[in-house]
Design a protein around this ligand. Structure first.
Ligand code: UTP
Length: 460
């Protein structure tokens, strides 16, 4: 293999430190390093770096943003009836074995700082079940409820694939069939220093990062999985992120609305808590639905109120979607490209002294929601934050394991109290998906029983 073109590319892009490193390697290691280099899309990383550098400080905001039309939480008799119809439709699709569940778990979880993939994090309030186990148990319970076959798709990165598969294997796939779970990997891009330099990961490779959850749309196709699912009769994918333990997996109402609307992609949103909360907003840009990052709003627009004094752009994205397989297919056939975003995060790489050290790393990532404007039709549904969204992002403070456990225990407490159970203040409660998937099922299971919860309790 002729590595000269790659070496020239490094030279041309000011990566002399990598060339110096290569020169110091033995011929065997040099060969390995250059092979690893050629597996990465270096030209793309350099191009993205240059484009972003040129944009620096421009501070432009998107013009022509408008609120979008969103299916509200059902209150009027018409809304309640429509919801019932959506649920029936969604349930019929699940029963018809047309729905698969995709969990994107390729991220590096730098903010959480947990040793291991985020899906291994022991999250549940009493049993400390890992995130992956909660999702797998929900799928097991749904499969039993609807007598359906629901494939679980787990997207990993190349760096956490082996570990993730081994985790599922060692836990007996959490009760799912081995052939019900499909692992696939997303692409990686080189991580740069904020000054645009490549970083050594170890002696024979560069540091690279998974290219964002937007990579799932490509990876589904390129891995051949989308084609195989289509062959099995799957028509829609329920998409969620590994770090939200409150996700209502394969929510029939959501799937039903998606179908009723004939959407390519659908999104769940919650109300922004206050004017300060920084979230991606579901809105219209130039007449097309999109998720708009808060930094793309002018500060006045982001804080604006409507005629009733409520937050005008209230619809915060919680990264739960239904995606039609036909949309995935069309995007890939049309050679789509999602835009890349830039983020600076703390990473660990080899410093100039050849020792591993923490430093700032520049990552380029594409986001799944950037596919929404490419859809012919999309749909959006409002849900209640306390029932469906408690992300685990940070070690402490907001969006941490502590807040997520608090949200879980509060939700289960409301379910129990709704079923007539007395729960003492301050105790932790957990309901296994295998015991009850929702409040109605729990009430049904506990009907006629006198239950009092005076200490931390698990219903499983
Ligand atoms: P985040 O954007 O929160 O990133 O991912 P992260 O990697 O988990 O955490 P930080 O930012 O490094 O602290 C949201 C979801 O998207 C997945 C993550 O696994 C998580 O489920 N994701 C993220 C991918 O699957 N691939 C990626 O390249 C990035």
């Amino acid at each position: 293999m002729d590595f000269q073109p790659i070496l020239d590319l490094l030279e041309k892009n000011g990566q002399g430190h990598v060339l110096d490193h290569i020169r110091r390697l033995s011929p065997e290691k040099r060969e390995v390093f250059c092979r690893n280099l050629s597996a990465l899309n270096l030209p793309l990383a350099f191009r993205l770096y240059q484009n972003f550098s040129r944009q620096k400080g421009s501070g432009t905001h998107l013009p022509n943003i408008e609120p979008a039309s969103i299916i509200p939480t059902s209150r009027t008799p018409e809304e309640i009836q429509r919801r019932q119809e959506a649920i029936r439709l969604g349930e019929s699709l699940i029963r018809g074995n047309q729905i698969a569940v995709l969990i994107v778990a390729g991220g590096q979880g730098t903010r959480l700082g947990f040793a291991g993939p985020k899906g291994f994090f022991p999250i549940s309030p009493v049993k400390k079940k890992p995130l992956f186990q909660l999702f797998a148990e929900s799928i097991q319970a749904l499969s039993a409820r609807y007598r359906a076959r629901i494939p679980l798709l787990v997207m990993t990165s190349r760096e956490n694939r082996e570990e993730t598969e081994a985790f599922f294997r060692s836990r007996g796939f959490f009760g799912l069939g081995k052939d019900q779970i499909h692992f696939f990997s997303q692409g990686m891009l080189p991580t740069l220093t904020p000054g645009g330099k490549l970083i050594l990961g170890d002696e024979t490779s560069l540091l690279a990062n998974p290219e964002g959850h937007g990579g799932s749309l490509k990876a589904l196709h390129e891995s051949g999985l989308a084609g195989r699912l289509k062959g099995q009769g799957i028509s829609e994918i329920f998409y969620c992120q590994v770090d939200n333990p409150l996700v209502k997996i394969a929510d029939p109402a959501f799937i039903g609305y998606h179908r009723q609307e004939g959407a390519d992609i659908s999104t769940k949103v919650v109300r922004r808590q206050n004017l300060e909360e920084k979230v991606g907003i579901y809105g219209m840009v130039n007449g097309k639905p999109a998720i708009i990052e808060y930094s793309d709003f002018s500060p006045e627009d982001y804080r604006s109120l409507d005629e009733n004094g409520s937050i005008r752009y209230w619809a915060g994205n919680i990264a739960i979607h239904v995606i039609s397989l036909s949309f995935v297919d069309r995007l890939n056939r049309e050679g789509f490209a999602l835009p890349y975003h830039r983020a600076v995060k703390e990473i660990e790489g080899l410093g100039p002294g050849g020792r591993s050290e923490k430093m700032a790393g520049l990552k380029f990532e594409s986001f799944l929601f950037d596919s929404i404007p490419l859809a012919q039709k999309s749909c959006c549904m409002e849900v209640v934050r306390e029932e469906e969204f408690a992300p685990v992002k940070n070690q402490t403070g907001i969006d941490s394991p502590e807040t997520a456990r608090g949200a879980m225990t509060n939700l289960f407490r409301r379910w129990l109290e709704g079923a007539g159970v007395q729960v003492a203040p301050g105790v932790q409660v957990e309901v296994s998906p295998l015991f009850a998937l929702d409040q109605e099922e729990l009430a049904d299971k506990l009907k006629g029983k006198k239950v009092v919860v005076g200490e931390d309790s698990y219903f499983g």
